[in-house]
Design a protein around this ligand. Structure first.
Ligand code: 0O2
Length: 212
């Protein structure tokens, strides 16, 4: 297929990624403007590369006519949170929005992938306005902690390096590293809860002093 044709297919997906990235970044700003902790730490997005699309079409036997219905991650947005509990908050924010419709959700936090991959995935329907009129398309949202992202980024580059043929001892070490990431996320949440408890009790004490 000609490059121009690929560009015309992927152009609305570029717009969707740009719009959604702006919208999620704006949520961070709104929290900060209201002096509140933001459950979103960072946002990034990408349109799948043509080589990656072709590889997935071949692997999943997807004909070109069904590309846009079958391949749900042509547009992808990644939302990074500080703490694991923020992931639920972000998913709830997305479910409530009127400009995004949730098609499906995959919880790789409760159903950890064999590789050790953890993340919360949502497939959304999102409408963009193009010069040909409105276009409703699918976008994959990946929500994960900074620690999960650290693991997934390194594992993804190793998968690329080994071209899907990762030596078992490397896969084993990555699986152990994934367990360490689970412990790290739990530990950081526990530290955060302790700090919040301490802050709440000192706030209560200062309120008591004011009342006296
Ligand atoms: P990219 O653009 O390189 O990120 P698939 O795994 O694609 O056959 P499916 O059902 O289409 O299966 O999607 P799934 O598993 O819900 O999500 C696919 C995306 O999740 C991947 O995109 C990765 O970004 C991420 N992902 C899923 N499993 C793993 C994993 O074991 N390790 C890492 N690092 N990431 C994973 P792609 O296709 O890799 O594309």
């Amino acid at each position: 297929m000609e490059i121009q044709l690929w560009r015309s297919i992927l152009c609305p997906y570029e717009l969707a990624v740009k719009e959604l990235t702006v919208k999620f970044k704006h949520i961070i700003e709104e929290y900060h403007e209201n002096d509140r902790y933001s459950p979103i730490e960072q946002v990034s997005g990408r349109v799948k590369s043509v080589s990656s699309i072709l590889e997935k079409m071949q692997r999943k036997d997807i004909p070109i006519e069904q590309l846009e219905t079958e391949m749900e991650d042509l547009a992808g947005v990644r939302i990074i949170c500080q703490f694991e509990e923020d992931i639920d908050t972000v998913a709830a924010i997305i479910r409530k929005r009127t400009d995004m419709e949730v098609k499906s959700e995959k919880n790789y936090l409760t159903h950890i992938k064999q590789s050790g991959y953890r993340s919360y995935h949502m497939i959304l329907y999102y409408t963009v306005e193009t010069i040909h009129g409105p276009k409703r398309l699918q976008v994959e949202i990946q929500i994960r902690t900074m620690a999960m992202n650290f693991w997934a980024t390194i594992e993804h580059s190793l998968q690329y390096k080994y071209k899907g043929d990762m030596p078992p001892h490397v896969a084993e070490r990555l699986s152990k590293a994934s367990d360490a990431i689970i412990s790290l996320d739990h530990e950081m949440s526990s530290v955060r809860n302790e700090i919040m408890d301490a802050q709440n009790s000192s706030q209560m004490q200062s309120n008591l002093v004011k009342d006296i």
